[in-house]
Every structure is written in C-alpha cells, then in structure tokens.
Design a protein around this ligand. Structure first.
Ligand code: ATR
Length: 287
C-alpha cells in the first residue's frame, strides 16, 4: 500500500493576501527540491490574529510569513523572537519548532543579501541615504546598522517621522551615526556627495502611477552611487531609470522580495533554497 505522506504546511497571514506572489514562489521552490511542503495564503482579519497564531500550534503548521497589517501586532503571541526582529519591532516569518513559535524578520536581511548578490555591496563603513520612515525603512535601517554601516541619513516627507525613527535607532544601537534629513533638494545636496547607497522605501513610482517624478530630484544623483528601490512593480521605476541615465549602479526591489523569501524558506526547511527558480517565478509574474 502506498504510504500517504502528510504535507508540511506553511503560508502567509495577511489582510489582504490575494495579490501576494509568495505562494507561487515558495511552492515552486518546494517542488524543485521534491519537498512535501505546501504554502497557502490565509486571509486573517486583524481581530483574529491571536487565534490564527494559536492555530499554527493547534494545526501543527511548519511556519508562516506575515504581511500587512500583522508584522508588529504578532510579537506578543510568540514564544521567542530573534535579535533582529526584536530590534525592528516586526516579525515577517514564524517557525514552529516542536510547538514553540519563533519569530524572525527576513526583510532587512533579504534586502542586504540582494545588494550583496546583485551589486556586490557590503554595508560595513558605508554612508547610506534612506528615503521614507515607515516599516520598510525601519527594517532596512536596523539591518544596515547591525551590518556596520558608518552612517545613515533618514529623509522623509514628514520630517517628524524621520526624527522618530532616528531616536528609535539611537536608543537601541549606539555605534551608528544616524541623522534625519528633510526631503528637500537643498538639504539632500549637502550630503549626497558622501553617500554610497540611496534606498527609496516609499511607494512612489509603484504601478499604476509609473510615470511620476522620482521621490528625490534626479539632478542629485551621480555615477558613484548605488540606487535601490523597494518597489518591484515595475522592476525599473522612474528613480532607477534616472539613476541608470547618470551612470549609477541600480538594484531593483525584486531582490528584496526574493531574498526575504529565500531566507524564510531556509528557516522552515533547513535546506538551501533554489534561488533561481524562485527568481524565475517572480520575473514571470511581474514582467
Ligand atoms: P511601509 O511599511 O511600506 O514602509 P508606510 O509605513 O506607509 O509603509 O511608509 C511609507 C513611507 O513612504 C513613509 O515614509 C511616507 O512618508 P510620510 O511619512 O511623509 O507619509 C512615504 N511616502 C508615501 N508616499 C509618498 C510620496 N508621495 N512622497 C514622498 N514620500 C511618500
């Protein structure tokens, strides 16, 4: 009699979840390695988050990803939280380890890995300009600080939010120089000459409003920069197009999406993720 194997179940808790590319990306990876795993989207309403998280234990799911609006709210329901996730104050990956729920944040690390893989960029001793002060900026800023960046400048339309993020980072890590900068040409002009990497964490340029002006004036860009955007649809945003035009190196947001998934896959399965197939899935879905 053929044995009937039980699938290991992983998935995504979000609200909404229907547009996520993660199910296809992970299922393709599981298939590629012949693992008896599956990845499902779960629409979890904010007021049901606690019950959903308890369900990971009750149903013995292997683990889940979390997306909007659950990444911060989930923390009190976990048994253990990684150093990065605790610093960032957000969890995007849970592993069920023998009934214990462990929270990780692979967003910041995924971003760092994509810069390393796609532009050979190492954060140590670098000066970095981050545009935006929301959740994505926070994850990326903490990870860059942990990787030994020399200085971080955080520029935001609402300067008070940039100041708040700077204070949060300073209160938790003391070796990094971190400053808020108003999102104005004059102010950015004063620092851009010493910057190695520009990261746009805002939604500016995202489909369908693809032809908007970039969040910073393209005249500020120069050919010594690496410029990245966390928007991955379109893969080449108006900011990246402008950066290419002045000879700067560019890294698209696809890499961050890919490598946060690669790291989550490795956390759940303990296997090296088949990166190429995961990348192929994303490229086919987006381009
Ligand atoms: P996420 O969690 O994805 O980072 P968020 O917390 O909503 O999302 O943050 C979005 C960021 O993009 C914010 O820094 C926001 O600036 P404000 O704090 O001033 O709102 C920034 N942002 C959004 N739309 C923008 C725009 N049109 N121009 C400049 N910045 C913008």
């Amino acid at each position: 009699m053929a044995s009937h194997s039980i699938k290991e179940i992983t998935g995504l808790f979000g609200y909404p979840v229907e547009h996520s590319l993660s199910p296809e990306m992970h299922n393709a990876a599981f298939n590629k390695l012949g693992l008896d795993y599956t990845y499902l989207p779960f629409e979890v309403k904010p007021e049901r988050l606690k019950e959903a998280v308890m369900g990971i234990k009750g149903l013995n799911l292997r683990g889940v990803n979390l997306t909007i609006p659950h990444k911060e709210e989930v923390i009190p329901y976990l048994d253990q939280v990684s150093k990065e996730a605790r610093l960032i104050g957000a969890v995007n990956t849970i592993k069920n380890k023998d009934g214990k729920l462990i929270g990780y944040n692979t967003d910041g690390q995924g971003f760092i890995t994509s810069l390393k893989e796609e532009a050979n960029f190492i954060a140590r001793d670098k000066n970095i300009l981050i545009i935006g002060a929301g959740g994505a900026a926070k994850a990326i800023a903490f990870q860059l600080a942990l990787e030994g960046a020399n200085s971080l400048y955080i520029s935001n339309r609402t300067i008070s939010r940039a100041e708040e993020l700077v204070l949060t980072i300073e209160s938790k890590l003391n070796e990094i120089k971190v400053d808020p900068v108003p999102l104005e040409d004059r102010k950015l002009e004063m620092i851009i000459g010493q910057i190695d990497l520009v990261i746009d964490t805002t939604p500016v340029g995202m489909y369908p409003k693809v032809d908007v002006k970039p969040v910073i004036n393209p005249k500020l860009l120069h050919d010594d920069l690496i410029v990245t955007d966390i928007v991955y649809n379109p893969v080449e945003t108006s900011l990246l197009r402008s950066a290419k035009a002045v000879g700067a190196k560019t890294v698209s947001g696809l890499g961050m999406l890919l490598y946060q998934g690669v790291l989550a896959f490795e956390i759940w399965t303990g296997r090296k993720a088949p990166v190429e197939i995961m990348k192929e899935v994303l490229e086919n879905k987006i381009i």
